[in-house]
Design a protein around this ligand. Structure first.
Ligand SMILES: NC(=O)c1ccc[n+]([C@@H]2O[C@H](COP(=O)([O-])OP(=O)(O)OC[C@H]3O[C@@H](n4cnc5c(N)ncnc54)[C@H](OP(=O)(O)O)[C@@H]3O)[C@@H](O)[C@H]2O)c1
Length: 250
């Protein structure tokens, strides 16, 4: 296969690489010639993902079971696989909570996972990243298009977007970049987090009817965006929406 994005010889670390956008990204970068290292919490799903990626990659995929909230384990993992080129951070968990059930404890838990986890992982990674490398973070369209039941998630997304722009300034002096993907409705295993409220089929039907593109997104489309952000050296500090036109809806 041709390698238009030049990932041969690069190493890409994906925390959250066993499912959804992270797995799709790990597979795509392996197809494009990169060495791949993945992490996530569930060791069985992680091993299965590594096996799938191995079949696409020339070299064995490194993998380790860990949680993004465990700063020491994340730092040790990153040091063990150093040096690497790109760090992709889709792995975190934020469960939607009805407004009347929002508490300090569940709000802090969500920030610990989706904001502090990736932020501290990025900070720990910086000394181990090769010149020209890129951190790819994940926020979400809810920062700009709030939905009921997602007050804290929306705030986290906004914080990640702001972080992206200011970190770009700092990382630029080190020859590194950072960009954030802000997905809208993308059908992945994530939707099982809300299947007590709505089935994935219902979410897909509802979103497809409302979005300008008439369908929901795929993990592969998000992976293609991640590769563009990793490989285009003139993009940094950007928050790129991939949402089927959600922001154009009335
Ligand atoms: N899908 C959407 O519609 C959508 C919309 C807006 C924003 N996003 C954002 O896009 C990003 C990727 O979402 P996705 O849909 O690809 O998610 P996903 O399908 O649920 O996959 C998440 C991946 O991260 C891992 N993970 C989850 N929590 C983790 C933790 N605490 N520590 C380490 N790894 C963890 C999961 O494995 P384990 O569970 O085994 O750890 C899995 O490998 C997330 O930040 C999400 O909030 C998604």
């Amino acid at each position: 296969m041709s390698q238009p994005f030049g990932l041969t010889g690069k190493t890409v670390v994906v925390i959250g690489g066993s499912a959804g956008m992270g797995l799709a990204t790990a597979k795509l970068v392996a197809e494009l010639g990169a060495d791949v290292v993945i992490a996530a919490r569930d060791p069985h799903r992680l091993a299965q993902a590594a096996e799938q990626i191995n079949q696409l990659s020339g070299s064995a995929v490194g993998h380790r079971a860990l949680s993004i909230e465990s700063g020491d384990a994340v730092a040790e993992f990153l040091a063990d696989y150093a040096p690497f080129d790109h760090l992709v951070l889709p792995g975190s968990t934020v469960v939607p909570v009805d407004f009347e059930h929002v508490t300090e404890a569940n709000s802090r838990e969500a920030f610990d996972s989706k904001f502090w986890g990736p932020f501290l992982a990025a900070m720990a990674a910086v000394p181990h990243m090769r010149h020209g490398g890129c951190v790819v973070m994940y926020s979400g369209v809810a920062a700009d298009r709030p939905v009921r039941g997602f007050v804290v998630g929306s705030a986290i997304n906004g914080a990640i977007n702001a972080l992206t722009r200011s970190l770009a300034l700092e990382l630029g002096t080190l020859g590194l970049r950072i960009n954030t993907i802000a997905p809208g409705a993308v059908r992945t295993p994530l939707w099982s987090n809300v299947d007590h409220l709505q089935s994935a089929d219902d979410i897909e039907a509802e979103a497809s009817a409302r979005l300008p593109v008439g369908r929901v997104g795929t993990a592969r489309e998000c992976a293609e965006l991640a590769v563009a952000l990793m490989t285009n050296g003139f993009i940094t500090g950007e928050v790129i929406g991939i949402d089927g036109g959600a922001k154009a809806m009335r």
